[in-house]
Structures are given as structure tokens and as C-alpha cells.
Design a protein around this ligand. Structure first.
Ligand SMILES: [Cu+2]
Length: 121
């Protein structure tokens, strides 16, 4: 009986530990989003833009970061923003979202890589 009770106690203790570390993580995420200008990040990995479609508000910044070993570029199909140079591994490219609309873009090195930004008011 004592072993059962101590087991329950240990389980409860473990639960409270993992719960508090979870809420600590949630707190961090909240802090990162709440401070100053919103940052919208798109990761380039395994020849894909992630997220594939990103919703932002006009005037917000969008940053791409290349996590591949291959160089990639970001080129607006309708020239809605300046095109990037070829990004090396871990290199970033930032634009500021212009007027509302749908911005499609691709990688000029690998034209099958495409992504979309939906800019809202
Ligand atoms: Cu590419």
C-alpha cells in the first residue's frame, strides 16, 4: 500500500514538473510575439518554403531564412517586392509587406519552389 501511495506521489510530482516546464515554454513564446514589431519568419528547408502560405498585415516585416545547404532566392512573381540575392545557408532576407494583396513568389534557382504571402490591411 505504501508503495502504491509513493508511486502516486512520484507520478504527481513528475506531472507538476512537466506541467510547469510547459507553461514556461508557453510564456516564452508569448513574450517573443508580444515585444515590439511582429516578425514573420519563413524557413527554407528541403527545397520548400515553410509555411507555404503566410498571412501578414500590411507594413509588417517578413524574413526568410535558408536552412538548406543549397542556395535559394526569393523572387516575387509580380515584382511586388525586391528580389533577394542567392541566400547561403542560414542567411536571411527581409522585406516589408506592401499594400494588401496576394504575393506569390518562387526561387529562381529552383522555380518549382513557390510560396504565397497574403497581405491584409
Ligand atoms: Cu531554391
Amino acid at each position: 500500500m505504501t508503495t502504491l501511495i509513493s508511486r502516486i506521489r512520484i507520478t504527481a510530482l513528475l506531472c507538476s514538473i512537466s506541467f510547469s516546464s510547459l507553461s514556461a515554454l508557453a510564456g516564452e513564446t508569448k513574450d517573443a510575439g508580444g515585444g515590439g514589431a511582429m516578425e514573420n519568419r519563413i524557413e527554407i528547408k528541403d527545397f520548400a518554403f515553410n509555411p507555404q502560405t503566410l498571412k501578414v498585415k500590411s507594413g509588417e516585416k517578413i524574413t526568410w531564412v535558408n536552412r538548406d545547404e543549397e542556395p535559394h532566392t526569393i523572387v516575387s512573381v509580380e515584382k511586388q517586392f525586391k528580389k533577394s540575392s542567392a541566400l547561403d545557408t542560414d542567411q536571411e532576407f527581409t522585406i516589408t509587406a506592401g499594400p494588401p494583396g496576394t504575393y506569390t513568389y518562387y526561387c529562381s534557382v529552383h522555380p518549382k519552389m513557390t510560396g504565397t504571402i497574403v497581405v491584409e490591411k
